[in-house]
Design a protein around this ligand. Structure first.
Ligand SMILES: *[C@@H]1O[C@H](CO)[C@@H](O)[C@H](O)[C@H]1NC(C)=O
Ligand SMILES: *[C@@H]1O[C@H](CO)[C@@H](O)[C@H](O)[C@H]1NC(C)=O
Ligand SMILES: *[C@@H]1O[C@H](CO)[C@@H](O)[C@H](O)[C@H]1NC(C)=O
Ligand SMILES: *[C@@H]1O[C@H](CO)[C@@H](O)[C@H](O)[C@H]1NC(C)=O
Length: 526
């Protein structure tokens, strides 16, 4: 196994070199007569490879780049890298058509061309419905050929912002809710996704969204989180993930796990890219009533105004050492890096409130309440999603289980199983046990995370890695994860800033301040 891995790495390095030489020539041709994006100074290829939304818009305005050329670039990168990384499950056959349309709109100075995402290619996790030639399957053959009634709420908003739907990102199948034994980043349709830094576990379930932006197969991406599914893959693929306040972004048309915890959010290379995506997808969608209440949190003028270089000044940041040690363990390199980051936060004007305790922290991680509730909620909400489809090979969770049995080889049922499907199918709505579980979660939040934040007058809780996700998930709270470095094995990790409902403006100020002070992300070299 180990020997095969090192062979594989060598081989891909060589082919990377060959391909990048070829690509350089190709790009030189594409860009003939035009300068590369300004303000970067290095080669043309590397400029486009790490280009931010801001860089791209600048190049559009200077007539140095078109959406068509950008889409062609990403399509070639997908062709080159995706057979190995498997971050993309489907490419949109209409992407070039949409690019040409965007180029025409920009040329004609159409109002839509002023939107930051206009003409920018985006990948959507394969559990987010699009009413176009793309399938929406959560990575499972059971939903291949299903016809969705309409675009998901977030997909509709992205189209309205002028974004180009480049395709669907791979994921842990069924957003990691089929089985406890299937590998992160694996799905029947998508195969095994790989972290471009380690060529190993990409975590999940929004693995493909994180892999694809990390490896520059797309400009920006969207994922979903029920508990950790944006924060974890963002951490290990060294990108930025925002898990918004519950209901800030619409879940309508998203293959669900739980309306009480599901959240749709950006996965991007930089905080500002993620904020542009958040601005495009946040807001009311009458197909998801939770967006109505949450819309009270959306600041006038949107989120981009909080991208302030001195965003850390005066912020009170809480540190719970027990929670940190979950991520750090005995890794001295990780520990040292985290301490350096805490110093940086202090130097940039934040007030660190250290050695805080959460009385019920153990219960968050040992309680079965979340699982009990998710199993029941999954059955109800998946059945509702399936019943809304215009056409579908399956119409219920029971059908999905039967499909998997019948297609055991395709879906690796003998190897990975479907224990969560079976356990969910055995539930019977929100009964007595589920109500107790819900009361438990409400109590955990009230006496735990919420109390911690209010009592200490915090603006955010800072934690290395993504393990704080459960505290945020059960409370419907937002979190932003930003690249922070590498552990003793060279595996990337992020630093997470979490807050209470509607605290995105503060979290963005803090995350952006940290990112600008550290600039840790480097593209993977595989
Ligand atoms: C969607 O799935 C069908 C098979 O049912 C396939 O023929 C089609 O190419 C897929 N769409 C895309 C965009 O890959
Ligand atoms: C949203 O709420 C309205 C009013 O209570 C209700 O009529 C409608 O069915 C709800 N929509 C959804 C998608 O639940
Ligand atoms: C950390 O501890 C584990 C055992 O719990 C051990 O396998 C590993 O080598 C240790 N790592 C370091 C960096 O000391
Ligand atoms: C609720 O919490 C209590 C105390 O931790 C625990 O004993 C019980 O099993 C939980 N019940 C459910 C249904 O989650």
């Amino acid at each position: 196994m180990v020997a095969m891995n090192s062979m594989g790495t060598k081989k891909s390095k060589l082919s990377f070199f060959l391909f990048s030489s070829l690509l350089l020539i190709l790009l030189a041709t594409l860009f003939s007569g035009a300068q590369a994006i300004k303000g970067h100074g290095h080669g043309r290829l590397s400029s486009l490879r790490e280009a931010t939304v801001h860089d791209i818009q600048h190049a559009f305005k200077q007539n140095q780049l078109t959406s068509r050329k950008l889409v062609e670039f990403y399509l070639k990168e997908i062709e080159r890298l995706n057979p190995t990384l498997k971050g993309v499950i489907e490419v949109n056959p209409d992407a070039l058509f949409q690019a040409d349309k965007a180029d025409q709109e920009r040329h004609a100075h159409a109002p839509i061309s002023l939107s930051p995402l206009h003409g920018i290619p985006i990948l959507l996790k394969d559990n987010i419905a699009t009413k176009d030639k793309l399938n929406t399957t959560a990575g499972s053959y059971a939903l291949l050929g299903s016809v969705v009634p309409r675009d998901a709420g977030v997909a509709a908003k992205l189209r309205k912002a002028g974004a180009i739907i480049l395709g669907k990102a791979s994921l842990s199948e069924w957003s990691n809710f089929r089985s406890n034994n299937d590998p992160n980043g694996w799905s029947g349709r998508g195969g095994q996704g790989k972290d471009p830094y380690t060529m190993g576990d990409p975590l999940g379930s929004s693995s493909g969204s994180a892999i694809s932006v990390a490896a520059n197969m797309v400009a920006v991406a969207v994922g979903t989180e029920t508990d950790g599914s944006i924060l974890a893959p963002s951490s290990i693929n060294l990108v930025v993930g925002i898990k918004p306040t519950l209901g800030l972004t619409s879940r309508a048309g998203v293959i669900p796990i739980s309306p009480r915890q599901d959240s749709v959010g950006p996965i991007c290379r930089t905080v500002s890219d993620a904020v542009y995506v958040l601005d495009a997808i946040a807001g009311i969608d009458y197909n998801d009533n939770a967006t109505i209440e949450a819309s009270q949190y959306i600041p006038k003028g949107g989120y981009a105004q909080f991208l302030k270089a001195d965003g850390l000044r005066g912020k009170r940041l809480g540190i719970v050492r027990d929670l940190n040690s979950l991520a750090i363990g005995n890794d001295t390199i990780l520990s040292r890096t985290v301490e350096q980051h805490l110093d940086t936060l202090r130097h940039r004007g934040a007030v660190l409130v250290d050695n805080l305790k959460i009385a019920n922290l153990r219960e968050y991680y040992t309680s079965s309440s979340e699982n009990i509730l998710l199993l029941a909620e999954f059955k109800i909400s998946l059945n509702a999603y399936l019943s809304e489809l215009v056409a579908s090979p399956i119409r219920s969770l029971a059908d999905a289980i039967a499909f998997n049995k019948k297609n055991a080889k395709l879906e690796k049922i003998d190897e990975y199983g479907q224990n969560l499907f079976v356990e969910a199918q055995a539930t019977n709505g929100i009964g007595k046990v589920e109500k107790i579980a819900l009361a438990n979660l409400t109590r955990l939040t009230k006496e735990g995370f919420h109390k911690l934040m209010i009592k200490n007058n915090l603006d955010a809780l800072v934690t290395p890695g993504y393990l704080v996700s459960t505290l945020l998930a059960v409370g419907g709270f937002p979190g932003i994860i930003v690249p922070a470095g590498f552990d003793y094995e060279g595996t990337p990790f992020g630093i997470c800033f979490g807050g209470l409902k509607g605290w995105e403006p503060k979290l963005i100020e803090i995350a952006y301040g940290f990112e600008q002070a550290t600039k840790i992300r480097k593209p993977p070299k595989f």
